[in-house]
Design a protein around this ligand. Structure first.
Ligand code: ADP
Ligand code: ASP
Ligand code: MG
Length: 421
């Protein structure tokens, strides 16, 4: 008998019918003799709809604490409904909120991090023969005694954290595509399903836009040695195992292409070069404001430094505001931000100059302008105009011959709106 943690994403439980189907899948796992802990997201686009509603009753985003109280209700609804469906199918089930399940976090509303998981209650309910359903994406901060959320896509991290704390045999992430693919199948219809991917490469993909897994869930899984199995809740296809992998072969190999529309390009120009502390100050100001910087470029010529970097689009105004507040001490000429950009990333192993050259040639042939470029052994990322992103993803997927060879290997999108966040 194994202990299986199963996480179901919003589109997998988007309607009462889908909830019944998921309940049947859980029953089948129980019937195979396994203990099951289920982590469900909110139904369909509930989280976005709750955010829309908050915006309609207020002129600003609203107090962060109240937003967390609001958003955590979405997961409570879906988990309780699943428990009701399971009970109706003859299986005792018990739904728990994140705090009841022992998920403890840091205090930051909207982006709290899990600090501890004490699943005593989950174990008690399992021992009573129940299927345990845990509301994903939420926890409790012991210091403030307030409910928190883990950030968008956070149910993946709840599931992995519970799997780690319970020493589960596997953490199954059920979603609306067949598994992890060589690109987002919504953009590249011939994207191929990967049967295995290493934690390191999955982390690169997830951190650069492949939202099939929340990046923090992959980090957590690697640290706790949790095997993730990404699968479709709509079929019985085998899906993708995310785990440690055999050492890679020596030749460079591109695994997949990720893209991210949720970035902005920030440029700080004319920083006086005679005092290097001034350009260092730019990055300190951003770090203190909690803004993560990606793909930084530092260009020095004729006594001045120009800096460009990518930030999450939602953080661009914070970045610009923080820099303006420090304008005098930094002494820059101008700060600009461009929201009409995106990044495309080629992820693989042993990526070398030849792969970088191929990426640049592919952009030249489109033609599309490369605004920023960064390279490492695992990833080559290009920041370009948002309008050029889909064409660039398809062209790179083609150039690196990632498409499915046989019809059966093509990944299918089963549901969901693909509504971005
Ligand atoms: P869930 O609601 O199940 O959590 P998400 O919408 O968060 O699902 O993630 C699944 C989506 O991730 C897919 O519908 C797909 O459009 C997108 N996606 C992006 N890149 C990839 C990729 N490389 N492989 C699979 N799916 C991807
Ligand atoms: N419901 C939350 C979201 O939409 C958490 C999740 O789905 O994982 O981001
Ligand atoms: Mg998700």
């Amino acid at each position: 008998m194994a202990l299986v943690v199963q996480k179901y994403g919003g589109s997998s439980i988007g309607s009462p019918e889908r909830i019944r189907r998921v309940a049947e899948r859980v029953v089948a796992t129980r019937a195979a003799g396994h203990d099951v802990v289920v982590v469900a997201s909110a139904m369909g686009d509930t989280t976005d709809e709750l955010l829309d509603m908050a915006n309609r009753v207020s002129r600003g985003p609203g107090p962060a604490r109240e937003l967390d109280m609001l958003l955590t209700s979405g997961e409570r609804i879906s988990n309780a409904l699943l428990a009701i469906a399971l009970t109706d199918l003859g299986h005792p089930a018990c739904s728990l909120s994140g705090p009841q399940a022992g998920v403890f976090t840091t205090p930051e509303h909207g982006h709290a991090r899990i600090v501890d998981v004490l699943p005593t209650r989950v174990r008690q309910e399992l021992d009573r023969g129940q299927v345990v359903l845990v509301a994903g994406f939420q926890g409790l901060c012991k210091d403030t005694d307030d409910v928190t959320t883990l950030g968008r896509g956070g149910s993946d991290t709840t599931a992995v954290a519970l799997a780690g704390a319970l020493h589960a045999d596997v953490c199954e992430i059920y979603t609306d595509v067949d598994g992890v693919c060589t690109a987002d199948p919504r953009v590249v219809p011939t994207a191929r399903l990967l049967d295995r991917v290493s934690y390191a490469q999955m982390l690169e993909l997830a951190a650069h836009g492949a939202k099939v897994l929340m990046p923090r869930s992959v980090e957590y899984a690697r640290r706790q040695d949790v095997t993730i199995h990404v699968r479709s809740s709509f079929t019985d296809r085998p899906g993708t195992l995310v785990t440690t992998q055999e050492p890679e072969m020596e030749k460079p190999a591109v695994t997949a292409i990720a893209h991210d529309r949720s970035v902005a390009l920030v440029s700080v120009t004319g920083v006086p070069d005679e005092d290097p502390a001034r350009s260092a100050r730019v990055f300190r100001v951003l770090a203190d404001a909690g803004v993560e910087v990606d793909m930084p470029v530092h260009k020095s010529s004729r006594g001045r430094v120009d800096l460009s970097f990518a930030v999450a689009r939602g953080a661009a105004s914070t970045a610009v505001g923080a820099l303006h507040a420090a304008a005098e001490e930094i002494g820059f000429a101008a700060v600009t931000s461009d929201h009409h950009v995106g990044t495309v990333s080629v992820v693989g192993a042993g990526l070398c100059a030849d792969v970088t050259a191929t990426v640049c040639e592919t952009f030249a042939a489109l033609p599309a302008r490369i605004r920023l470029l960064t390279t490492s052994e695992l990833r080559i990322s290009v920041l370009c105009g948002e309008g050029e992103l889909d064409r660039a993803v398809r062209a790179l997927h083609e150039v690196f011959e990632l498409s499915a060879g046989r019809v059966g290997e093509v990944a299918t999108v089963y549901a969901g709106t693909g509504r971005g966040w």
